[in-house]
Design a protein around this ligand. Structure first.
Ligand code: KDG
Length: 312
């Protein structure tokens, strides 16, 4: 059984092959995208055993998703096929330099995820369960699943990490703000963007985000190209980001989470964990797909171990 279980929707993703706009492009490249499976793929690349669980339709998109994730080393033994609902899909347009996403996921197979799915997933035998705030926005049953995994979990259950992942295309700040705060407060590890926290909760700097989550064992506040601050029992640790040329940023947050959590699983110190997060994010920022092609674990690890001038 994989030590880490990631739960959440993965979709078929279309992106213009040429960097043109969606309106003008004559060819679209097919990829897959889903915050939690992007994270699982990053963990697998770093040598951790990661399982992804969700629901998919009985369609070729599901086949593509499963094949791609398995090629990336992600385990998918319990994914449910629902012949009554389609696999969700989405389109990404970054031609204007701003990311725009167009979702076709209402009523998707994954939107029927719910607490009853947890029964066979053997949560108590894992070391880490990873979920994100996207799931809370998908349906009432998806939100109830997060309620079970985070708020109502039994003491025997493993560490739960929560990436806040506010997606404005799915729900308003007014609804998302209080709900994501409640869910995040119930997690052991919380990962959130400084801007995202500002949008959701009106905070300014990392310290003001920490003030919202004084009891969370590990809080990571990412501040885009500047770096990330970790708050834990030993206080605050800031590690600057890598200087990279940004091609397209979707998926970089998941890659960061994968680096940070892989190091956490390995028992690394906080600074190394944040650096591995930045290395993983750096590769994803340079790619249009949500899951970047990455070098080997040893290369990624060596980059994370270096503290010289390449760090801003
Ligand atoms: O973090 C990247 C994800 O947002 C992307 O891969 C697609 O899961 C996705 C979503 O819901 O936007």
């Amino acid at each position: 059984i994989a030590e880490t279980l990631c739960i959440g929707e993965t979709m078929l993703l279309f992106v213009p092959a040429s960097g043109e706009s969606l309106a003008a492009a004559s060819e679209l490249a097919a990829h897959i995208g889903g915050a939690e499976s992007n994270m699982a793929a990053g963990l697998a690349q770093l040598g951790a055993r990661a399982e992804w669980f969700s629901r998919l339709g009985a369609d070729p998109h599901a086949e593509r998703i499963l094949r791609t994730l398995r090629e990336r080393g992600v385990e998918t033994p319990q994914v449910v096929t629902d012949p009554t609902r389609p696999t969700g899909l989405y389109f990404k347009d970054h031609s204007s330099g701003v990311n725009r996403v167009y979702y076709y996921r209402a009523g998707s197979a994954a939107s029927a995820l719910g607490p009853s799915d947890l029964a066979g997933l053997r949560l108590s035998e894992r070391r880490l369960v990873h979920v994100s705030g996207i799931t809370a926005a998908l349906s009432a049953s998806c939100d109830a699943l997060l309620q079970s995994v985070l708020v109502e979990r039994a003491a025997s259950e493993p560490t739960v990490s929560f990436d806040v992942n506010y997606r404005p295309a799915l729900w308003s700040v007014e609804v998302a703000g209080p709900r994501l705060l409640e869910l995040a407060r119930a997690a052991d590890i919380v990962i959130v963007g400084r801007d995202e926290a500002e949008t959701l909760w009106g905070t300014s700097d990392a310290a003001s985000v920490r003030a919202l989550f004084p009891d969370v064992a590990a809080l990571v506040v990412k501040d885009a190209e500047f770096g990330a601050t970790h708050f834990g029992a030993a206080g605050a640790t800031f590690v600057p980001a890598l200087r990279v040329d940004v091609v397209e940023s979707v998926g970089a947050g998941d890659a960061f989470a994968a680096g940070y959590l892989a190091a956490w699983l390995d028992g690394d110190d906080t600074a190394t964990a944040l650096r591995l997060g930045h290395v993983m994010a750096g590769y994803t920022l340079g790619a249009v797909s949500d899951i970047a092609v990455l070098p080997s674990r040893s290369v990624l690890r060596a980059l994370a171990a270096s503290t010289d001038a390449e760090w801003t």
